[in-house]
Design a binder for this molecule. Structure first.
Ligand code: ASP
Length: 315
């Protein structure tokens, strides 16, 4: 009990997403199942008193292992036919973070990002340097081809057949990037986001996902946010940090999520989606894409779905 009377007990909370885009109907059930499984995994960690950082890492690892999603195994191929993965993890208690960019031989980039956060003096490691660090820290490296699934190889071949050999490279379109936000029993927040980026992207292209404040942000003083969608637009409004600032200014998680998507739409006409947790465990979900795959835990129950744009309150 504090001097001012009994303080409100902290109830843990967790939300995960599996991307915001035009998710084709035949993928809806797999996306929902994958998000629910990941939410269950993260929730188990929180229920037994584990930290929010452990919970979001566990949830995102599960999503990276699920070939349904554009993260870890099952990620999209770039225009050269290779997979390049990006991930970030952030601890809202001390604003510590770790991120990796463009790794090609790591099955669970979120775990490598966590090692960067806890075991290195740096915040972000990229490409071969990140892989060398992974090896030194005991993470097994796998051939890039092991991360590629048939569905993505077929899609890549079809795209290549359609393009002029030296035609302009388009930006590629976003897909089922994954993310998780969690609040633990001690009142600490964390976030993780992981992606293969956009389909048929230029080699070396980096989106919002591994950039702090863009693809993710967590601060115990306000909330935690994971973003998904068109990275080139999301980064222009530093969307995750902007949404945390709105919560710090007094908005609820849902109000801030709606305002963040409003900002994205008005300032960039970009497409995207957000999952948001306030530091009291209030939930916010918003997107301006056709769908957003997600799951969250409410009073022990896992609730998952593929939200249609019209299901969500508009800003
Ligand atoms: N935001 C990711 C990127 O631009 C893509 C996505 O969310 O699906 O790399």
């Amino acid at each position: 009990m504090s001097l001012f009377g009994p303080s409100k007990p902290i109830l843990p909370a967790l939300i995960v997403h599996g991307g915001a885009w035009d998710i084709p109907e035949h993928l809806h059930q797999d996306s929902i199942d994958g998000c629910c499984e990941a939410a269950r995994k993260g929730w188990e960690v929180l229920e037994r008193g584990g930290s929010a950082v452990d919970a979001v890492e566990a949830a995102v690892r599960m999503l990276e292992d699920d070939p349904t999603f554009d993260a870890g195994r099952g990620a999209v191929l770039n225009c050269a036919g290779a997979i390049e993965l990006d991930a970030i993890i952030m601890d809202g208690s001390d604003l510590n973070l770790g991120a990796v960019i463009g790794v090609q031989r790591v099955r669970n980039p979120v775990t490598l990002a966590r090692l960067v956060m806890t075991e290195s003096e740096h915040a972000i490691l990229a490409c071969e340097g990140a892989e060398a660090f992974a090896r030194r820290r005991g993470l097994a490296l796998v051939p890039n081809s092991e991360l590629a699934v048939e569905r993505e190889k077929t899609r890549w071949q079809a795209e290549r057949a359609e393009r002029q050999p030296h035609g302009d490279l388009s930006r590629g379109h976003p897909g089922d990037t994954v993310g998780a936000v969690g609040l633990d029993l001690s009142g600490h927040l964390a976030v993780a986001t992981s992606t293969g980026g956009t389909f048929y992207k230029h080699p070396g292209r980096v989106g919002d996902s591994p950039l702090v404040g863009c693809g993710a942000y967590a601060d115990d003083r306000s909330g935690a946010v994971s973003a998904t969608g068109e990275g080139e637009s999301l980064m222009r409004v530093v969307i995750s940090k902007s949404v945390c600032d709105l919560m710090y200014g007094g908005m609820s998680a849902q109000e801030a999520a709606d305002a963040g998507i409003g900002l994205l739409t008005r300032r960039t006409s970009g497409q995207g989606g957000l999952i948001v947790l306030g530091n009291q465990g209030d939930v916010g979900i918003a997107h301006n894409t056709s769908y957003l795959a997600h799951a969250y835990v409410k009073g022990e129950k896992i609730i998952g779905g593929v939200l249609k744009r019209s299901d969500v309150r508009q800003a």
